[in-house]
Structure formats: C-alpha cells, structure tokens
Design a protein around this ligand. Sequence first.
Ligand SMILES: *Cc1c(COP(=O)(O)O)cnc(C)c1O
Length: 395
Amino acid sequence: MKKMTPQTLAGLSDRTKLVYAGRDPSEQFGFVNTPIYRGSTVIAPTMKELLDRSGRYIYGTMGTPTSDALESAWSAIAGAEGTVCVPSGLAAVSVALLSCLKAGDHLLITDSIYRPTRTFAETLLKRFGVETSYFDPMIGSGIEALMRPNTTAIFTEAPGSQSFEVQDIPAIAKVARAHGATLLMDNTWATPFFFPPHEMGVDLAIEAGTKYLSGHSDLLLGMVSANERSWKALRETYDAMAICAGPEDMFLALRGMRSMLVRLKEQEKSALDIANWLKARPEVAKILHPAFPDCPGHDIWKRDFKGSSGLFSIILKPASQKAVAAMLDDLLLFGMGYSWGGYESLIIPFDCSTYRTVTHWNPEGPALRIQIGLEDVEDLKKDLDSGFARLRASA
Ligand SMILES: *Cc1c(COP(=O)(O)O)cnc(C)c1O
C-alpha cells in the first residue's frame, strides 16, 4: 500500500476520501486505524529540542496524533486550510466567533440561529464589548444595508435547524468580502458533503460533530474549519484557550466519520420518503424541508446544495397542546429529545416565537421537528400513524 499524500487524497471522491483520510497504517505498525493517544507530557529527546520546541508534538493541549488525524481528515472533507476540534458544537461556535471579534465590533447574526449561539452573543460577547444585531434569514444581498463601519463578522446558518429557512450564502459572502468582514456559517445540517462551505465563500464553517459525524448519540464534539484568510486567527484563538477535545471522543468521531456519508444518504432518502408521506396527511398543514417548495429558500437550496439531511419540521393543522402530547407521549420508536444526527429517530415540539427579534414566527398550528434515523421507513410511518390517531381522538 502506498503512502497517502494530501494531494492524492484531494483527488479522491468524498466516499473514498472518508475511508482513507486521517490514518496512515505505516505509522501505526500496520494497524488500520490511528489509535487513541492519551497524554499531557511529551518527552523531548534533547534539551535543544525541548527549548526550541521543534518536535512534532510539544504538549497534549497543542495536538496529538489522534487530533491531527481527525482535524486533517475534516480539512480534506471541508476543503479547508485548517480545522480545530473542540469539545462541543457550541464551543466550536464560540471559538470561531472569538477568533474574529474584538471590543467595539458589531456582529450580525441570522434571526433563525441555533438558540445557544444567540445566548453566547447576548451574554459573553456583550460583556466583552461586542454589539450584536439580527437579520432576516431571507435577506440575501440586502444585508448590505445593515453593514456598519465596525461590522466585522456575519454569522449564518443554512438552513435554520428548526424553521429551515435556506440562506443565500454566496450573496452574503459577496457583501462580507466587500466590507472585509468574516463570514461564519453553522453548516451542521448539510455537512460539507451537501454544502462545501469554503468553496461557497464561507471563511469559518462550524459543524457540531455531535450530530452526523458522531452519528451515534454517544459523544459531544465540534469542528471549526477555516479558509486561508481565517485560519491563522482561528488557530491562535484555539491555542490561547486550549479547548481541546478528549482523545476518546475524537477516536469515536473518526470511527463515525468512516460511515458518515453512507448514513447521511440513507437518512436523506428516508426523510424525503417520510416528508412526502406526511405532506399527504390531513393533520399536516406544511412541510418545512428545504427540498419542498413550501420551505423558505427552496430555490436557493436547489441552486447551492447537493442534498438534504435527515432533519426537517412540519406544521400541524391547529391542535391543542394536550392533543399533541397524546400524539407524542406514546410513540414507540420516535424519542423526544434535543439533538439529532444519530442513528435513531426523534421528534420534538418547538416554538421560535419566544426568542426571535426581527422576524415573526407565527405558524397556523403546532410545530414539530423530526429527525429520521436508520430504522425501516414503514415502521416509522406506522408509529406516526398511530400518533395521528391519538391526536385526532384527543381533539
Ligand atoms: C447541536 C447543534 C449545535 C451545538 O452542538 P453541541 O455539540 O450540542 O454543543 C450547534 N449548531 C447546531 C445547528 C446544532 O444543531
């Protein structure tokens, strides 16, 4: 077996890349996988090497063969200059924002943002002198009008992970670039396979590794990948904070990564099947799935995305909270829990109206977010069908 170089890897298709990225059997006594390197201390062979820090590894917080494997693999997948791996998706959001903001700056965030990102801006960033304002996710190039002389970063998420508006990232990237601002994107839903962030003009792309990369609901992890323009500041911020992920979690993420695209495609297919089935149900008013015309930004999704994942929302026809509880409480397969991207199906009610500030969320009935796992779709439909029967009986 020949040694894989970054150049050879770059020429492979996504599926093949996932099999060969981040491992080198010739460096692991022939064993297929990069093992878990646990450690704080790294012994230098000579005083000279210790003092000039010229060794490949210096100290546990600054990188290990395990973190190198995951980060280099992710850079290859995302088409990035570099990647840092941190202990959660929200830590990825925070380290990315801290790498491009300073006191006195203005930050623009989409109103459809993952809620804890909003909390980070309203608490910690505010305390450190960064002012945040919000924009309509459908604003596109209209974001130009919101740019101030001190706007240094724009934070996007496409689609929103509850309400599913698909943002026009290339249009926003153009404005960001013209103003010298950093464009960040939470790309957890599409992953780099369905939306190559840096190719589309994003400077810093966030992926909650907790979701599809892990794929098994058994760890928390975050990835931030950067293009050439933003990499140095990202790495410096990460080093200054030393928020390195645990070796066991990184190893499990590498393991999850090998099957990530296969799972994603299967979950995409099942989610489309179930969303189509739901669309025909009398209890359902609307499907919020980027591949469906009802979804705000559907045309942008068609233009810019290569696929959809296993997460979408539906709006029910008007029903009481009691009826929705009757539907959800006794489901056999769908669990009610936050998070998504694992192998198991989930369903939760949600309401964006309590925290949005510049757009209105006023659906005609209760909203449900559905994550489709790897189960048989007919079993899942049967489970939802029994739920709908309970919803009707309770109405
Ligand atoms: C889950 C999630 C995160 C945060 O990931 P954690 O690992 O749970 O902190 C960030 N963004 C989106 C869109 C998410 O769904």
